[in-house]
Design a binder for this molecule. Sequence first.
Ligand SMILES: NC(=O)c1ccc[n+]([C@@H]2O[C@H](COP(=O)([O-])OP(=O)(O)OC[C@H]3O[C@@H](n4cnc5c(N)ncnc54)[C@H](OP(=O)(O)O)[C@@H]3O)[C@@H](O)[C@H]2O)c1
Length: 259
Amino acid sequence: MVICITGASSGIGEATALRLAREPGARMVLVARRGDRLARLADRLPCPATTVAVDLTDDDAPARVRAHVEAEHGGRLDVLVNNAGASWRARFADGGWENVRRTMAINFDAHVRLTEALLPLVRASAPSTIVNVSSTSGRIARAGAGAYCASKFALCGWSDALGAEERPNGVNVALVLPGFIHTEGFPQRELPGFLVSEPDVVADAIADCVRNGRIERYAPRWYWLAAAVRILLPRGVRRFTSSKAGSRLVTATRPGDGA
Ligand SMILES: NC(=O)c1ccc[n+]([C@@H]2O[C@H](COP(=O)([O-])OP(=O)(O)OC[C@H]3O[C@@H](n4cnc5c(N)ncnc54)[C@H](OP(=O)(O)O)[C@@H]3O)[C@@H](O)[C@H]2O)c1
């Protein structure tokens, strides 16, 4: 089983690589910018693994990953996990279009472009799986995270449509929606502990989609409540997200970016 995971150099992607490496016959392709981190992870995995150090927002990134999968695995690709992502905290009046543009570039466009390049391989390897890692922020938006929420809402809609299109081709397109997870890019230091989970919880949800053909998983599972409340009580949710307590939920920020 050939598995390609983007954003494998830390957090959820790294945990997912460790989890899926235990699948029978797993062969891993690890993708992210920090090649040294990917190489160290490849050494730790109990299965064969190769790495592609690439910025997924670069024009030639999809072609480079595809060429790698063709060269290393004869074009076989059973599982694609579109997980790479980032967030820069800013209210729209401050961050403007530029913040939306850079966030969409990695959280949405990069996944669409990579999937376009790899879809023929995934189809040829069917039954196969594409897992798109969105967020509970793809169902419920918060002040100061508009660019991030927009990118994750877009990923949800696109995944559902792609899933409907690819089902007849034997490709399961699954959506995983993490809640607050403690990782490098999303430290979640300001939140109460009961709201924050470890990356393994998301890795398990991704493995569940791969193994059992699930099409959607919140991780932890109870986060679906947030999506339900948003549909049932939009005004109440708006009051909360514009309150002082609600604004504490905006912790997703790339360290060092100063956003
Ligand atoms: N943690 C949370 O609370 C949470 C909640 C909901 C959803 N998510 C989503 O989960 C996914 C993984 O995030 P995480 O929490 O594990 O954060 P993380 O530890 O910061 O991991 C992000 C990964 O994406 C890679 N990446 C970022 N920009 C890239 C680029 N331009 N090209 C290639 N790779 C890039 C990073 O690797 P390099 O820096 O080496 O490139 C890293 O491996 C993201 O899509 C995130 O939106 C996270």
